[in-house]
Write a protein of this length. Structure first.
Length: 428
């Protein structure tokens, strides 16, 4: 392992943090990969325990939960904390943990991995565990349809052996089917909460056809949200597997966070962590950046719910509306981290927003979300358009009284920009 890659990477990370340009979690790895394209394999050969977490929604929250559990257990663990989930972010995390000779100090590494990068990473790392949370439409211009991503995952996971445990969402048909395509050890998580089931599929559903035979799936036993539920195929007999873990109280609101929590707990159990330690860690858990993260400004609270695709936006909306908001700030960008195609906003059920709730729209595509809101809330007068994020935050806060909470639902790059406005520095 070239020492120059280690030294230069650490220097770039230090300068980035000192100048408040970010967390130093991308460029160090980018430079190191340019110097040594095989550096990721070199780190993996040190035999550390590596856990990979992928899926459309919930990666950052679940990774942080697992890190909290391992920390409470006295395990020295690192993760790509800023959400830098491409290969350069993974390399950067290794670099920052290593000494000047490239020797890693920590024993465990938790990496959230971009859905499209999973095949590449599994060519270079043989992890102790791979956790797959869910699969929804997201950035179609980059990923393609969910069937395309699922096919790539099946091929990548097919190279694993019994030395790796693959932990899958039993309630997501495309994810659950991955267990049929690999020689790895398989464990399943899901929900068994009948009171949370609904009878009909919502508009934003992505995987309603059998991943084995292509027939339409039967959800007559109920669905939790989107295509996540108690599914079965009447044609070929494929059906939801009984989960190995289906219940654990979440400290965060929202149905999707119940899934994140159960997934983190099952993974921790597979790593040998005792339930009492898991419970203690999660009782003190604080949200990851942009995922129900809370700020205070001008005697008013601001709570951010990252909302970057139809399924995620719908779940964020449902969770926020349970809190009886007076003002919502919706921020839509179409930059590379968000996806250039914003037509997905027409699959979000904005119609669920009650009349009387003020909505402020902002971002690079403020006009598009404003048009969508006009159709969703015909005749509703509490709609404000502020293209500039800082002006939108100011306007939203002006609509609230002291001690009230502003709920912000932004796409990814908009979330980063709003955080910079609130805390004065970038996270990436």
């Amino acid at each position: 392992m070239p020492v120059v890659a280690i030294i230069l990477g650490k220097c770039i990370a230090f300068v980035s943090r000192v100048l408040r340009l970010g967390a130093g979690q991308t460029w160090p790895g980018e430079l190191a990969l340019h110097i040594d394209p095989h550096i990721l394999t070199s780190f993996d050969e040190q035999g550390k325990t590596v856990i990979l977490i992928t899926g459309t929604n919930g990666k950052t929250t679940t990774a942080k939960m697992l890190e909290s559990i391992l920390s409470r257990a006295g395990v020295q663990a690192q993760r790509n904390t800023s959400g830098a989930n491409l290969e350069n972010g993974i390399v950067s995390t290794f670099l920052l943990d290593a000494d000047m000779r490239g020797n890693l100090r920590s024993t465990h590494f938790i990496f959230e991995v971009d859905e499209a990068v999973v095949p590449l990473v599994l060519q270079k790392i043989r992890p102790r565990a791979v956790l797959v949370l869910n699969l929804f439409r997201d950035q179609l211009d980059r990923y393609g349809e969910v069937d395309v991503v699922a096919a790539k995952w099946r091929q990548a996971l097919g190279t694993l052996t019994k030395k790796t445990t693959v932990i899958l969402n039993a309630d997501d048909p495309q994810v659950a089917f991955l267990g049929k395509q690999t020689h790895a050890r398989i464990r399943y998580f899901g929900l068994n909460e009948k009171k949370l089931l609904v009878d009909t599929l919502e508009h934003a559903t992505d995987s309603t056809f059998c991943p084995s035979c292509g027939s339409r799936l039967d959800y007559s036993d109920g669905v939790y949200y989107s295509h996540i539920g108690l599914w079965a195929c009447a044609h070929c007999g494929l059906k939801r597997t009984k989960p190995d873990l289906a219940q654990w109280k979440s400290s965060l609101p929202g149905l999707y966070n119940q899934y994140n929590t159960i997934a983190a707990v099952l993974t921790a159990r597979e790593l040998g962590i005792h339930d009492s330690t898991i419970a203690s860690a999660l009782s003190h858990y604080s949200p990851a950046f942009g995922r129900q993260e809370e700020f205070t400004l001008r005697d008013k609270r601001i709570k951010i719910f990252l909302s970057k695709n139809p399924a995620g936006f719908n779940m964020s909306l449902r969770t926020v509306l349970e809190m009886k908001p007076r003002v919502l700030l919706l921020a839509l960008n179409d930059r590379i981290p968000d996806g250039r195609d914003v037509s997905w906003i027409w699959d979000v059920d904005f119609e669920m927003i009650p009349k009387g709730v003020a909505v402020v729209v902002t971002g690079d595509r403020a006009g598009d979300i404003a048009v969508r809101m006009k159709y969703a809330r015909d005749g509703e007068r509490y709609l404000f358009i502020e293209k500039q994020l800082s002006a939108a935050v100011t306007k939203s806060l002006e609509l609230l009284s002291n001690k009230e909470t502003l709920y912000v639902l932004p796409t990814y790059s908009a979330m980063l920009d709003i955080r910079k406005i609130l805390i004065g520095r970038k996270i990436l």
